[in-house]
Design a binder for this molecule. Structure first.
Ligand code: PLP
Length: 477
């Protein structure tokens, strides 16, 4: 493709994208594909002949952009999927145009990632000296990375070299978390070879938080039984309700017990930037590792997660293996700082940092803090609207920007199974209806409609629309 052709097509693509983005609010939040539309995409053959870029751009707007997930719409409250921050969209194009591998070396992309990671550390008051962090595909990979370091550390303390020996002959390790912990922690533990039984799932308290006294008791029991406590996996914003575990007390406990404290802040970590919520996050800065997801609350286009690890040398010892073909000398040839590929699993690494670099700077500390505070405020307002409706029940006081509630028709009151079935149908109808979009959560066995506020353009009117839509469908059912 010639430079002139690229320029023309890319300009046209950006124009089409800008129109598409501008039109999103007027469209249904979500609409399913027809059977034919699905098949047309899935079963399309790869042609022998090349196709022009113009045709491909036309095709994506006709068949791909025509069926979005819905997260661009201000009344999309599902899961933890925000719209893209537009500075990040521009950055993604610019990064792809460079296409470096940010495994390491003396080139700018490496230093941009260093800056971004340091900024993240500074936002959380996490130490920048001696620590290390890197961008990952998301929160799951960030937690896997942090827990891999925890595993190395716990086994080293008992004289077992997990990198050399694997887990054969190692004592059983244990990781502690509340019943609200994200599934990625269990998946990480399985992938690290500890087995799902290594996860001690402790009952959460009435506010859906991990209880330090229960962790302390479990640690004592495990030690008495010859097991080795490895890590506490705390949540800074659970995926179901946004609850923040008592980090300050947990970090003290972890220090006393010489156990690693990992914090999963994938959804809620950035909640610390809201001055009103900041006290909940006290202690975060003392964690051993933190997983955060700029592709969630900060709206950095997916994928962009990050892991921050207090002991940078230990992280390097967890992952470093440099084959001869990648060995460089600092200050000579391509050699620069120690490579990122020594601190994580990936070798070739994309230039994720540029979109984060754009988004953080485009907002500035003040802009970030205002965005988060506004969403938390909207969540309180939504909770207020729900409380004011006798047919609706608020199932958890929002700690951050997630609101869990349900519709309670008088005839079903007290019948948990019927309420769960009713609210599930309500949710599915709402999703298919296209006026608003919520997903669900299981809150101590109760089926909740769950609204997560992450869209910078969500307004009070959108909250009214969500409540009205819940009532409309609930009554219709
Ligand atoms: C609390 C929490 N942890 C971890 C994850 C997983 O993050 P990712 O989807 O980026 O891998 C999520 C995703 O929603 C989450 O909410």
């Amino acid at each position: 493709m010639s430079a002139a052709e690229f320029r023309r097509c890319a300009h046209a693509a950006v124009d089409r994208l800008a129109d598409w983005l501008a039109g999103l609010d007027a469209r249904p939040v979500f609409a399913s594909l027809t059977e034919a539309e699905r098949a047309e995409l899935m079963d399309a053959p790869l042609a022998d002949e090349p196709r022009a870029l113009d045709a491909l751009i036309d095709d994506t707007f006709a068949r791909v952009h025509a069926h979005p997930m819905g997260n661009g719409h201000p009344r999309f409250f599902g899961w933890v999927n925000p719209p893209p921050a537009l500075p990040g969209v521009v950055a993604d194009l610019l990064a792809a145009g460079m296409n470096p591998s940010v495994a390491g070396g003396d080139h700018a992309a490496v230093y941009v990632e260093r800056a971004c990671v340091r900024w993240l550390m500074e936002l959380f008051g996490f130490p920048t000296a001696g620590s290390m962090g890197l961008l990952t595909s998301g929160g799951s990979m960030a937690s896997l990375t942090g827990l891999a370091a925890a595993r190395l550390s716990a086994l080293r303390a008992v004289g077992h070299d997990v990198r050399e020996q694997g887990l054969a002959g190692a004592p059983q390790l244990v990781v502690y978390a509340s019943s609200e912990v994200h599934s990625c922690i269990r998946k990480s533990i399985e992938l690290l070879g500890l087995g799902a039984r290594a996860l001690r799932v402790l009952p959460a308290d009435g506010d859906l938080r991990l209880v330090p006294a229960l962790v302390a008791r479990a640690i004592a029991e495990d030690r008495a039984a010859g097991r080795v406590p490895c890590a506490i996996a705390a949540s800074a914003g659970t995926v179901a309700s946004g609850a923040v575990d008592p980090l300050d007390a947990l970090v003290d406990l972890a220090a006393r017990e010489r156990v690693w404290l990992h914090v999963d802040g994938a959804y809620g970590g950035f909640g610390a930037l809201d001055p009103a919520a900041a006290p909940l996050f006290r202690g975060l800065e003392r964690a051993d590792s933190i997983a955060v997801d700029p592709h969630k609350w900060l709206c950095v286009p997916a994928e962009c997660g990050a892991v921050l690890v207090r002991d940078g040398a230990l992280l390097r010892q967890t992952f470093s293996f440099v084959p001869a073909y990648l060995q460089t000398q600092p200050g000579r040839g391509f050699g620069g700082l120690p490579w990122y590929s020594e601190y994580g699993f990936q070798q070739t690494r994309g230039f994720r940092a540029l979109k984060l670099w754009f988004v953080l700077q485009a907002a500035g500390r003040r802009g970030l803090s205002e965005l988060i505070a506004r969403h938390n405020q909207l969540a309180r307002e939504l909770a207020q609207r729900i409380r004011a409706q006798p047919e609706l029940e608020l199932l958890a006081e929002p700690a951050l920007s997630i609101v869990c509630y349900r519709h309670i028709p008088a005839a079903l009151r007290g019948d948990e199974n019927a309420l769960a079935a009713h609210n599930r149908t309500l949710m599915e109808r709402m999703q298919a209806g296209g006026r608003a979009f919520v997903t669900n959560a299981d809150l101590a066995g109760r089926f909740a409609l769950r609204a997560c506020i992450l869209h910078p353009r969500t307004s009070a009117a959108d909250l009214d629309a969500l409540v009205a839509e819940t009532l409309r469908i609930g009554r219709e059912l």
